[in-house]
Design a protein around this ligand. Structure first.
Ligand code: ATP
Ligand code: PRP
Length: 209
């Protein structure tokens, strides 16, 4: 049995067509059933449905053989202990700094609200900017509006969330997409099964171009 960890929401939705091409379709819909382990149309593959931030942990400990996670989550977690064989090119967005549209350029000593503490620390240290980081778990865009921070580090796709809150994107930290990650021991112990899944995903991605 191969266990694949996936988070509900955009990654699950974007991953479904890719999984379907490999013959993997969940039998139950995680949106309507409360099951956390989903059997699929393939007897040898099951999905576990977890929070996006927990995917690297499940795969690292071998509780899942493989997983799908955003590069943002992998970098923040520190995923050196995982194989990252494929860029799935789904859930694409940008990790950026953003500030109020009337705020001055980000420089000197700044207060930054983000859920990406490690990435943000590294980024500002690299620029030689002294940053005080305030860890938040969501709604980062609110922080500059209520005086909690000078700027934020968050994901931007259409830019609509920033715009709706009078913020503007400033600097690109990195482009983000979701990656397939594999547990190192599983890669050895279940090599054939995992390699054949990787080949199938790769074929589908190549077709997509
Ligand atoms: P959690 O469940 O831990 O709170 P989350 O709410 O951030 O996580 P999602 O919003 O589904 O979970 O995001 C999952 C991944 O999708 C992110 O890690 C990122 O890689 C990508 N992502 C997030 N926001 C966007 C967006 N607006 N557009 C495209 N991709 C995004
Ligand atoms: C993400 C991100 C931004 C928004 C950006 O939030 O944290 O708030 O998407 O997308 P946009 O540029 O297209 O507006 P998400 O939708 O995941 O909400 P959440 O953080 O509350 O889960």
């Amino acid at each position: 049995m191969i266990t694949i960890a996936v988070s509900k929401g955009r990654i699950y939705e974007d991953a479904l067509p890719l999984l379907a091409e490999a013959g993997i379709t969940p039998i139950d819909d995680p949106l309507t059933c409360r099951k956390l382990i989903l059997r699929t149309t393939r007897d040898d593959v099951q999905l576990v449905i977890i929070r996006a931030t927990d995917v690297p942990t499940f795969v690292e400990y071998g509780a899942a053989d493989m997983g799908i996670a955003g590069k943002d989550i992998l970098l923040e977690h520190g995923a050196e202990s995982l194989y990252e064989p494929l860029d799935l090119n789904i859930a694409c967005c940008r990790l950026m700094t953003a500030a109020h549209k009337d705020a001055p350029p980000i420089a000197g000593r700044v207060r930054v609200a983000t859920k990406y503490v490690k990435i943000t620390q590294r980024y500002f240290a690299g620029l030689g900017i002294q940053a005080e980081i305030i860890k938040l778990y969501g709604s980062m865009e609110l922080a500059p509006l209520v005086g909690l921070s000078d700027c934020i580090v968050d994901l931007v796709d259409t830019g609509n969330t920033l715009k709706a809150n009078d913020l503007e994107p400033r600097d690109l930290i990195m482009n983000i997409s979701s990656r397939l990650v594999v547990n190192k021991a599983a890669m050895k112990m279940k090599h054939q099964a995992i390699q054949s899944l990787l080949d199938q995903f790769e074929k589908t991605l190549a077709k997509r171009g």
